[in-house]
Each structure stands twice: as structure tokens, then as C-alpha cells.
Ligand binder design. Structure first.
Ligand SMILES: [Zn+2]
Ligand SMILES: [Zn+2]
Length: 416
């Protein structure tokens, strides 16, 4: 079979999920995907009835179980419109072993008929109109059964596995193993999404993950943040190829945040301004300021569940390579908007930052090209030398990080 490079963002949201941008409609998803260099995008939030109908009428099939915009907007040639695949996030809430469990999972479906059927069953548990990412009182295992009843080709895997409240391994309401959470379906879980606050290297030491694919997606709640993490699959844009790429771990590379950039990397208390690395944390896990339990972050849980310390990856041509059997190369990037803001010493939301980003994206066709492959001299010609230096610094791993904790994003600045 021919070799493909499918750049995929399979976890994001529409304007029908809570706390999302009202601009998240189908056209803006498609247009932003083209700018970012994404080839396969989740058709998200598909259990929401009105939004599912909106997607159904905007799409035409572009292959088996994948769709494209029927009428791409001006300036976005059909050839640049991404393919969409039905992937939605479900918040499962249940009690198990005397503890309340909250685990977010991604559910991938092969057709709108399957999405209809899954939604029809889930409507018995929740008003699906209320949130594009519905909260369902079902275990992750029962949800998987329900999806397989709708279509045996459905796939379920856990989202942002380390986040304290909703990660399958999270400190607040998670588990110590995938088996405990997914039960009889654990072997059918092909992949784990690492989330912003962990990177592949942190996951290689956790043998519970086994040979599952370690994937990264954006979990975007606005168009701007789409593609901030991505997975490049060796797959064709059709459902079965993507599905088998997950099961066979055909991950070519992932694009990552620096894990410190995420908002749950270290332990801490936002209100108390307390941020602690796992080694600095008191053994009782309590806040030195207020004495209440700290929010134990991702690094802490990773250290609890790791059974060995994986060798550090080696940076070569912008990609970090590990030696573990399930390791795949990955890049650590900083969103272009943040780099340009640093370069101009201006706010990330300002017009001048937007103008420079757009000029670069226009010249090099996508944000991905700007960040990973555009030559320094060309970058300097289109923007200025300082901007080019910042982009190259990130590729070469020269950054300074301030780690995030308890819901506070970390910061990453490029060093020149
Ligand atoms: Zn989530
Ligand atoms: Zn405190």
C-alpha cells in the first residue's frame, strides 16, 4: 500500500460545546484546517442534534466514512478543504469501587447513520441538545459496548489521559490502569491521547499503555487553537485506513506542546499561587499555604504510574527520537501566534501579530510549513530576522519554560 502522510486533528469542538467560540462553524473549521496544514479533521460534537444536521447538509462524501464541504467558501479551493471524520468527545461519569469516576473519551464512528444510532441511544441518558460534549452516566466500558452495538467498527479511546479531573489516569477521578477503566474492552482501546501537559517521552515509561498508539490532538475550543497538537498517520483519508492506523500504531510523528506549557503539568494551588514539582511536594499532598489537598498534576501521576525511566529522546532535524518500542518521533512546537507576539513584544491577540502570522502563512501555505520547514532566510525575508531566529530556536529546542499548574497555562519563550 502506498505511503501516506495524513496530518490529523481528531479532537476538537464546535460552537455547541460549552465554553467554545461562537465562530466555530463548519466553514471556519475547514478554512482554519487549511491554514494550519491539517488534512483530516474531526467532525466533532456529533451527538448534538442540530449541529449533526448542519454537518450532514454541509458535507458530501469524499471517501468511505469521510466527508468534505460541499461548497467550500471563496478562496478555499476544494483541493485544500480537509477531509472530516466523525469523532466526538463524551464525558462518562459513573461510580466504581466506591469512587466517583469521570473520564473523557473520544468516540469515532464510520457514518452518519452510526452517529444517528449512537445518539438515539445516548438520548436516553442525557438531553443531547444541552452540550456538544455530553455528560453521560455510563462507564467507559458500557459506552464502548453501546458504540459497538451501533456499529462494530466504532472506536473508543481515552482523551487527555493525565488531566486531574477527566483523564483516565487523572489524580482526581481516574484509574491506575486502562483495564480497570475499560474492562472487557481494554484490548479494543487502540490509542491514548496524551493531552497538552504530557509529551510522548513522559508516556514511554508507563507500561500500562503497552503498544497502543500515543496520539496528540488540539482539543480546540476556538479556531485559533486548532492543530496546536497533531498526529501524522500513515493512512489514507478513509475510515478503515484511519481506524487500522490507530490499531496498528502507524503514527509517523506527533506535534506537541512542550508539556510544561499545558495547564496541569506540575502540582499546585492556583488560588494560593503555589506551584510544586513532584519532588518538592509534601508527602501528604497538601498545600503548604492552605493545608488543603493540592491539585496533583500530570508530571506527578506520570511518576506514580511509570515503571521505568525512559531514555531521553535525541533531537535530529527538529524531531525527537526515542528508543522505546512504542516510541514515535515527535516535535515540540510553540504556536506561531505566540512566537510572533514574543518577536513583536505585543499581545497575542493584537492586529499586528495577526498581520505577521497571515503574511507568513500566506507565503509558506500553512502554519505547519512556517514552523517546521520554511528555511530561515525565507522566513527573514517575509517577516524579519528576529522572527526567523525565534522560529529556528524552537526547532532546535532552545526555549525557556515556566511550567503550568492547577489550571494555569505555562509559558514557553524561544531563546535567541
Ligand atoms: Zn475533555
Ligand atoms: Zn492552597
Amino acid at each position: 500500500m502506498a505511503f501516506h502522510r495524513l496530518v490529523a486533528d481528531l479532537h476538537l469542538h464546535s460552537r455547541f460545546s460549552m465554553a467554545t467560540s461562537p465562530q466555530l462553524n463548519i466553514e471556519s473549521l475547514a478554512a482554519t484546517a487549511a491554514e494550519k496544514g491539517i488534512g483530516l479533521l474531526a467532525a466533532p460534537d456529533f451527538t448534538h442534534p442540530a449541529w449533526r444536521e448542519e454537518m450532514r447538509s454541509a458535507f458530501e462524501p469524499s471517501g468511505e466514512g469521510v466527508y468534505r464541504l460541499r461548497n467550500p467558501h471563496n478562496g478555499h479551493a476544494a483541493a485544500k478543504s480537509p477531509d472530516f471524520i466523525l469523532v466526538t468527545e463524551i464525558s462518562c461519569i459513573w461510580r466504581q469501587s466506591d469512587r466517583s469516576r469521570r473520564v473523557h473519551v473520544l468516540l469515532m464512528a464510520p457514518s452518519f447513520e452510526t452517529a444517528d444510532s449512537v445518539s438515539e441511544t445516548l438520548a436516553n441518558y442525557q438531553r443531547l441538545e444541552s452540550d456538544g460534549r455530553p455528560m453521560i452516566k455510563l462507564s467507559a466500558c458500557d459506552l464502548y459496548s453501546l458504540a459497538l452495538d451501533a456499529d462494530p467498527r466504532c472506536v473508543v479511546f481515552p482523551a487527555h489521559i493525565w488531566t486531574p479531573w477527566y483523564g483516565v489516569y487523572g489524580s482526581k477521578s481516574g484509574f491506575d490502569s486502562l483495564e480497570e477503566c475499560f474492562g472487557e474492552h481494554a484490548a479494543r482501546v487502540p490509542a491514548v491521547e496524551t493531552g497538552l501537559s504530557s509529551d510522548p517521552h513522559m508516556n514511554w515509561g508507563v507500561s500500562d499503555i503497552g503498544d497502543r498508539a500515543i496520539v496528540s490532538f488540539s482539543d480546540a475550543h476556538s479556531a485559533q487553537t486548532m492543530g496546536r497538537e497533531l498526529t501524522v498517520l500513515d493512512a489514507a483519508p478513509d475510515y478503515d485506513s484511519v481506524r487500522s492506523a490507530l490499531f496498528e500504531n502507524r503514527v509517523l510523528e506527533t506535534v506537541e506542546f512542550h508539556p510544561e506549557h499545558g495547564k496541569y503539568h506540575l502540582n499546585g494551588h492556583r488560588k494560593c499561587g503555589v506551584r510544586l514539582a513532584p519532588a518538592e511536594t509534601p508527602p501528604d499532598g497538601r498545600c503548604p499555604a492552605c493545608k488543603r489537598p493540592l491539585t496533583l498534576g500530570v508530571a506527578h501521576r506520570v511518576s506514580e504510574l511509570s515503571d521505568h525511566t525512559p531514555e531521553s529522546p535525541v533531537l535530529k532535524d527538529g524531531l525527537l527520537h526515542g528508543v522505546e518500542p512504542n516510541s514515535r518521533p515527535y516535535r515540540q512546537l510553540v504556536p506561531l501566534r505566540e512566537l510572533v507576539a514574543q518577536g513583536l513584544n505585543a499581545g497575542a491577540g493584537t492586529k499586528k501579530v495577526t498581520a505577521v502570522c497571515q503574511a507568513l502563512i500566506h507565503e509558506f501555505e500553512s502554519e505547519m510549513n512556517v514552523l517546521i520547514s520554511a528555511p530561515r532566510d525565507d522566513l527573514a525575508r517575509v517577516s524579519e530576522a528576529r522572527m526567523a531566529d525565534l522560529i529556528i530556536a524552537v526547532r532546535e529546542g532552545r526555549v525557556e519554560v515556566q511550567a503550568g499548574y492547577d489550571g494555569v497555562y505555562g509559558t514557553v519563550s524561544a531563546l535567541t
